[in-house]
Design a protein around this ligand. Structure first.
Ligand code: F6R
Length: 253
């Protein structure tokens, strides 16, 4: 299913509204969370609404998709720090229920298996938030990753490191590798919302639209998921044919 909104702010309003509804219906929901520029307005809107409505998130369990290898959780560019900054610190999340891979684990392969096992023990993800890389990656599953891959350590592509260098100012270097949930765990989420915004995503969104499912464009695997919604703003949808884009959706008040 494809949904198109005017801009990132409209998407953020829609998705945050939906998240709050889901948490109200099921306070102990298991969420799959993503980081990156796309998610910043979503978390900002979620925090604003949740605070205004005094939403209790103390029973929510969350699993983040990925973390850079070599960055401690208190390193300012780690995804743990991102989550703390944009989401966790603002609301009453229970630190024991929020999970990210440990970028400093001594045995990364073992840690990847343990992270996947922890997710299974929690019953798997009910609602997964996803962004998409300009090369079509989801999580950090780069093009060519087999669809049956589980949580693993990945060498980031040059494209991804270049894209993400915007978050690493000065001479800081984007780490060369990361731990990511695999294509398998992502596809096991009961429901998926993939968000793509901005002109830079228009080309990969068009590739997703026009191509069959292929490991060379990991994002296309979502065509095989029964409950995946692709949420775009007008800029990201700008290379899609008119019959695909239909009418712009309004934001809930
Ligand atoms: C982040 C993640 C990545 C990003 C993707 C898009 O946790 O898993 O797949 O969602 O790289 O990043 P932005 O939103 O910065 O364009």
């Amino acid at each position: 299913m494809l949904q198109i909104f005017r801009d990132p702010a409209a998407i953020a309003d829609y998705v945050s509204h939906l998240l709050i509804e889901k948490i109200r219906i099921k306070p102990n929901i298991v969420l799959g969370l993503a980081t990156g520029g796309t998610m910043e307005p979503v978390y900002e809107s979620f925090v604003r609404r949740a605070l205004a409505q005094q939403l209790d998130v103390s029973q929510v369990t969350s699993f983040n998709l990925d973390e850079y290898v070599g960055l401690a959780s208190d390193h300012p560019k780690s995804y743990a720090a991102y989550m703390h900054e944009h989401l966790f610190r603002h609301l009453n999340f229970d630190a024991a229920r929020v999970h990210l891979p440990d970028g400093l684990a001594t045995d990364l392969a073992l840690h990847s298996d343990q992270y996947a096992a922890l997710l299974r023990q929690a019953g798997g993800v009910e609602l997964q938030l996803l962004g998409v890389g300009t090369n079509g990656h989801i999580g950090f599953n780069e093009p060519g990753t087999p669809f049956n891959t589980q949580c693993h350590v990945v060498q980031l592509s040059e494209r991804t490191r270049l894209d993400n260098s915007r978050f690493f100012e000065g001479n800081a270097i984007v780490p060369a590798s990361a731990i990511t949930l695999g294509m398998k765990e992502i596809m096991q989420a009961r429901e998926i919302l993939l968000i793509a915004t901005g002109e830079a995503k228009a080309q990969i969104v068009a590739h997703w639209y026009y191509n069959d499912v292929t490991e060379m464009i990991p994002f296309t695997v979502l065509k095989h998921h029964g409950r995946a919604t692709i949420i775009l703003d007008e800029a990201a949808a700008s290379l899609l044919p008119e019959e695909a884009t239909g009418q712009l959706l309004e934001t809930p008040s």
